[in-house]
Design a protein around this ligand. Structure first.
Ligand code: 5AD
Ligand code: SF4
Length: 449
């Protein structure tokens, strides 16, 4: 009988979907030697997957790492590491601030983790592995999906960014754009579908500029969408994040032509003022942004649009801010992610004079949030009485036979139904709109797929 204790890993993930994807890949890479732990206290390896896009998440990361000092004092054999963007940004500096950290690995370094763990077990300490190669290829791992009944998955199709928006640290920590070969993406998609996944999101910092290799040449993003939407078992296809300057007509046409491409697009606008957009190096104007929105709504009238906005960028005047409010009111986004500008290392904007007081930034943020809340409420109310397609994701905590589902735009819909519907697409009639969810009914509805 093998009495060796099963070792476990706990990954605390901060930030974006790219990090969620990387955490899952790490789990698969170490499986079955390490299984997922329920908490930090029950883990043999603790890994913090970090985000440094804004100051606030970065600070959260540091306080999280700080809480692990006690675990290391009590159980010195536990291996503690840091990966992701803060790791790439700070490298060895993390050891001087937190000497109990055993290793630091950058986003490209995660695939060498088994080797790093071996070295740590042999007595090595403070290993820093943060390569940034321009010819790096994401390995295609086809391990088991570790959730019990997985329905949704991400596939990274490209990494890094060439855009250098003046406020953004990403090109410095994630490096230049590298697209994954087309065949690898298809292989991974087919593998996920064979495991029961039905909803796939293609992810990358700027997926619209995907340019992958295939046997007979290169393939752009719209061609990638057209090549994979028909894969057997794929019920919902999505992608994120897009850049308005790269959202070309051929991509917009996909919303018209591809039936299982979800009518939802996250299209960060960042500001409604041309003056600020120029300082941000975004390479589009508000007029161009509005022309894309029109084309998108012509191609897919039910498309739901979400966006990101930064308030308080250096030099943002009251007039610039009014133009941002104006954009919110014109476009009427379904959802808004608004952030106060924060200075990031290495970026061009970190050298701009940031004269706006914190108080002004907070006021502007609150104003945007309040305006968006009204728009959001109105958008939710517009859905009442409509029949919409939802993916039944699981049971809801609300009671027996209460199910929880999602619309193509990721809105939550609760309704009463048979748990056997879980994993299926059904049509529900929306009866009531709440603040962050909808109430639906299955009456007169059909099972779609
Ligand atoms: N300050 C505030 N927000 C930022 N973002 C990126 N960099 C910064 C920064 N320095 C926001 C942008 C981006 C989102 C992911 O984070 O809105 O779209
Ligand atoms: Fe950052 Fe701009 Fe690249 Fe997005 S497009 S990751 S905001 S540099």
């Amino acid at each position: 009988m093998n009495n060796k204790k099963q070792e476990k890993i706990f990954i605390k993930t901060f930030g974006c979907q790219m990090n969620e994807y990387d955490s899952l890949k790490i789990m698969q890479l170490l499986h079955p030697e390490y299984l997922p732990a329920d908490s930090e206290n029950d883990a043999d390896i603790i890994l913090v997957n970090t985000c440094s896009i804004r100051e606030k998440p970065e600070n959260k990361v540091y306080s999280q790492i700080g809480t692990y000092k006690k675990i290391k004092e009590e159980k010195p054999e536990v291996i503690i590491g840091v990966c992701g963007c803060v790791a790439q940004q700070e490298k060895k500096k993390i050891f001087s601030r937190h000497p109990y950290i055993d290793f630091v690995i950058g986003p490209q370094g995660i695939y060498d983790l088994p080797d790093i763990i071996k070295k740590l077990k042999k007595g090595w300490s403070n290993i820093c592995h943060a390569p940034q190669k321009s010819d790096f290829e994401i390995p295609t791992l086809l391990g088991p999906h570790l959730e019990e009944k997985p329905l949704k998955a991400f596939i990274t199709i490209m990494q890094g960014c060439n855009n250098f928006c003046s406020y953004c640290i990403v090109p410095f920590v994630r490096g230049r754009e590298i697209s994954r070969p087309f065949e690898d993406i298809v292989k991974e998609a087919k593998h996920l579908l064979s495991q029961g996944i039905i909803d796939i999101t293609l992810i990358g910092q700027n997926v619209n500029s995907y340019c992958g290799k295939q046997d007979d040449g290169s393939i752009n993003f719209s061609a990638l969408l057209r090549a994979i939407y028909g894969l057997e078992g794929l019920k919902r296809l999505r992608f994120t994040t897009s850049h308005p300057k790269d959202l070309s007509d051929d991509i917009i046409d996909c919303f018209r032509d591809i039936p299982n491409l979800c009518p939802h697009l996250h299209l960060p606008i960042q500001s409604g003022s041309d003056n600020i957009l120029k300082k941000m190096n975004r390479k589009y104007t508000r007029e161009h942004y509005l022309s894309i929105i029109k084309k998108l709504r012509d191609a897919r009238p039910d498309i739901s649009l979400t966006t990101d906005i930064i308030v308080g960028f250096p030099g943002e005047t009251e007039e610039d801010f009014e133009l941002t409010i104006d954009m919110l009111k014109i476009v009427k986004f379904e959802q808004l992610f608004a952030f106060k500008y924060s200075k990031r290392p290495f970026t061009l904007a970190s050298r701009f004079e940031d004269t706006l007081r914190e108080e002004v930034k907070s006021d502007r943020l609150n104003i945007l949030i309040a305006i968006q809340q009204e728009i959001g409420k109105m958008k939710y109310k517009e859905l009442v009485g409509k029949k919409i397609e939802v993916l039944v994701e699981g049971k809801s905590k609300a009671g027996e036979n209460e199910l929880c589902a999602r619309t193509t735009a990721n809105q939550i819909v609760n309704f009463n139904g048979n748990p056997e519907l879980i994993g299926n697409l059904v049509e529900v009639t929306i009866e009531k709109a709440f603040y962050h969810s909808l109430r639906g009914s299955l009456e007169n509805s059909e099972l779609i797929r």
